[in-house]
Design a protein around this ligand. Structure first.
Ligand SMILES: Nc1ncnc2c1ncn2[C@@H]1O[C@H](COP(=O)(O)OP(=O)(O)O)[C@@H](O)[C@H]1O
Ligand SMILES: [Mg+2]
Length: 274
């Protein structure tokens, strides 16, 4: 057995429950990030104690669970309101509902956050299209609260131009996270979701999950329709990551884009497997 000493031992004592984090990222709005976050968190809550964290101003997830403000607005602006909800094994935390005058002190945020994280095994974060201040404070606050930080990224895009944009910016996820939390253990790609596909998606990315365009989902909203069956694969990849296994691919710092025959760029040798 490994021996720990000094600071590591202290951190282990603080973190009695092991948490696996998943972050749903995408570089465009309206591609289905919140849809994937919502279904994945509910699926995972069948077997784990899950915290779904809404990091987006749009508050798509927060609103579904009746949250009228964000913990950051409460801490920074002193507003009152509900920012945390519980639905069985699933807790939902809204970080923000409107632009705060200022950000809260990191220690204050981390203290409140660590209480929310106490009885949690899995964290799923829903994100804005751009990695912003709120994404940053959540990452840094989590590290302060837990003494550890890692990222299991689930990337969501639509086909075509958005897919190309996503591939070009993919590595910004790990570089941003590392600049915010240099002690981050790892960033790895757990699933690459191409959502709202109307035809075959011919792009070479590991852990690709293609979800077709479901007309009803767009017009009725994702809460009013059955969960897409393709989410099963995303869940399978997520469970593998929780178990610590599976051929999860790591997002490396360098992008390597090569032109393909039809002019669409795709990734080559950008991933290393472990
Ligand atoms: N596969 C799909 N087919 C059709 N509509 C979808 C699909 N996935 C999501 N939607 C719908 O697209 C809209 C935007 O989804 P959302 O998850 O809010 O995007 P984002 O979080 O990326 O902004 C929602 O109305 C949602 O119900
Ligand atoms: Mg969203």
């Amino acid at each position: 057995m490994k021996r720990f000493k000094g600071i590591q031992c202290y951190i282990l004592l603080m973190s009695d429950n092991k948490i696996t984090r998943f972050s749903i990222f995408g570089f465009k709005g309206g591609v289905g990030k919140s849809t994937v976050a919502y279904f994945l968190a509910r699926d995972l809550a069948m077997r784990h104690r899950v915290l779904l964290v809404d990091r987006d101003y749009t508050n798509t997830i927060g609103k579904i669970y009746g949250l009228d403000t964000g913990i950051i607005n409460v801490l920074a602006d002193g507003v009152e309101g509900k920012f945390l909800a519980r639905d069985g094994n699933l807790k939902v935390l809204s970080l923000i509902s409107f632009q705060p005058r200022t950000l809260p002190a990191l220690e204050d945020f981390a203290r409140s956050y660590s209480q929310v994280l106490e009885d949690v095994d899995v964290v799923v974060t829903d994100n804005p299209p751009n990695l912003d201040d709120i994404t940053r404070i959540e990452a840094q606050g989590y590290y302060r609260a837990r003494g550890e930080f890692h990222c299991n990224a689930i990337v969501v895009t639509t086909p075509g131009l958005a897919l190309r944009l996503t591939l070009e910016h993919l590595n910004e996820i790990s570089s941003s996270l590392r600049s915010w939390v240099p002690e981050a253990t790892y960033t790895r790609l757990v699933a690459f979701v191409v959502n709202m596909a109307r035809e075959n998606v011919d792009v070479e990315v590991p852990r690709k999950v293609v979800i077709p365009f479901y007309r009803d989902m767009l017009f009725k909203g994702f809460r009013e329709v059955p969960e897409p069956k393709e989410m099963e694969k995303v869940l399978e990849y997520a469970e593998q990551a929780i178990a610590g296994g599976g051929p999860c691919s790591m997002i490396k710092q360098t992008t390597n884009l090569a032109p393909s025959r039809n002019g669409v760029k795709f990734l080559t040798q950008t991933y290393s497997y472990f």
